[in-house]
Design a protein around this ligand. Structure first.
Ligand SMILES: [Zn+2]
Length: 136
C-alpha cells in the first residue's frame, strides 16, 4: 500500500493502529500494510466498523482494552487482519472483510478473483493482464 493511504489509515485510526511505530520485537505492524492499494476501502471500512463496535461496548479510545491491529497482510491472495482485544462481533467483522477480499482486486479495488500460481493473488482481469505484461 502506498504511503499516502497508509498515512490516512494511521491518522484516521490512531489507536487501532497505535502500534505501527513500535519496534519489530513488540509488533508486526512495523511492516505496515503488506498488500496493494485496491484493498484500501475494505480496510478503511473494516477499521471504522471495529472502532464503532468497540465504542458500542463502552470502551474509550485511550483504554488499554481498545482493539489494536497486530498485523494486516495478504496471505494466499486474501486479507489477514490480526487484532488484539477483539470480541466476537469484531472477529465477525474481520471474517466478513477477509471473505470480501477474495473477490476484490488488490491493485484497484474492482471485483476480482483469487488466482493460483507461484504467488497466489487476487486481481481483476485488467490488472492481471497488466501484471502478466510487466512480467512477460
Ligand atoms: Zn484491478
Amino acid at each position: 500500500m502506498n504511503k499516502a493511504n497508509t498515512k490516512k489509515l494511521y491518522e484516521s485510526f490512531p489507536f487501532l493502529y497505535g502500534d505501527h511505530d513500535k519496534p519489530m520485537t513488540q509488533t508486526l505492524m512495523c511492516w505496515g500494510f503488506e498488500y496493494g492499494d485496491g484493498w484500501f476501502d475494505l480496510i478503511f471500512n473494516l477499521s471504522k466498523a471495529i472502532e464503532q463496535e468497540a465504542e458500542k461496548s463502552g470502551l474509550t479510545r485511550s483504554s488499554d482494552l481498545w482493539p489494536r491491529a497486530e498485523q494486516v497482510k495478504e496471505k494466499f491472495g486474501t486479507l489477514r487482519f490480526y487484532v488484539a482485544n477483539g470480541s466476537k462481533p469484531i472477529y465477525d467483522l474481520i471474517a466478513k472483510a477477509e471473505a470480501k477480499s477474495e473477490h476484490t482486486c488488490e491493485e484497484c479495488g474492482l471485483p476480482g478473483k483469487t488466482r493460483e500460481g507461484g504467488w497466489v493473488h487476487t486481481t481483476c482481469q485488467v490488472c492481471e493482464e497488466l501484471r502478466n505484461n510487466k512480467r512477460g
